[in-house]
Design a protein. Structure first.
Length: 131
């Protein structure tokens, strides 16, 4: 890694899931998650394809309530991405990320994971950063 990238990693904390700063809910309780009505037809390997109600409403199925169980195909964010990436130095703009492989159209690249700030925390940090 370059010096700028090394310095950037000295001031960040790597997280695997979102961190709420300000008491806001990160997600609805799983009991509120919509349940699809998908069924696996004989010979189907994967369920919850293009006709899945949750998919059409842009919700992921909940692992504990999906009728297709572990064969559900509508849990990309929960399962994570396998895209190969690298952090690079972007000069005065800090650091960025690039893909190390071609990305097919429509492929999930990733999701934002980090701090989710409430209005109060955002205002406090804005004042702090302005000095």
């Amino acid at each position: 890694m370059s010096g700028a990238v090394d310095r950037a990693f000295e001031t960040v904390r790597i997280v695997e899931a979102n961190v709420s700063m300000g008491g806001d809910w990160l997600a609805r309780p799983s009991s509120d998650a919509p349940v699809c009505m998908c069924e696996l037809d004989e010979g189907e390997v994967r369920g919850c394809m293009e006709r899945c109600l949750n998919r059409s409403m842009r919700f992921e199925c909940a692992v504990e309530s999906c009728p297709c169980g572990d064969r559900c195909s509508n849990r990309q964010l929960q399962q994570g991405t396998t895209l190969k990436t690298a952090v690079i130095d972007c000069g005065l703009k800090g650091v960025g990320i690039i893909a190390l492989e071609d990305i097919a159209e429509g492929r999930l690249v990733g999701e934002y994971v980090g701090e989710l700030l409430g209005r109060r925390e955002a205002q406090l940090r804005s004042k702090l950063y302005r000095g």
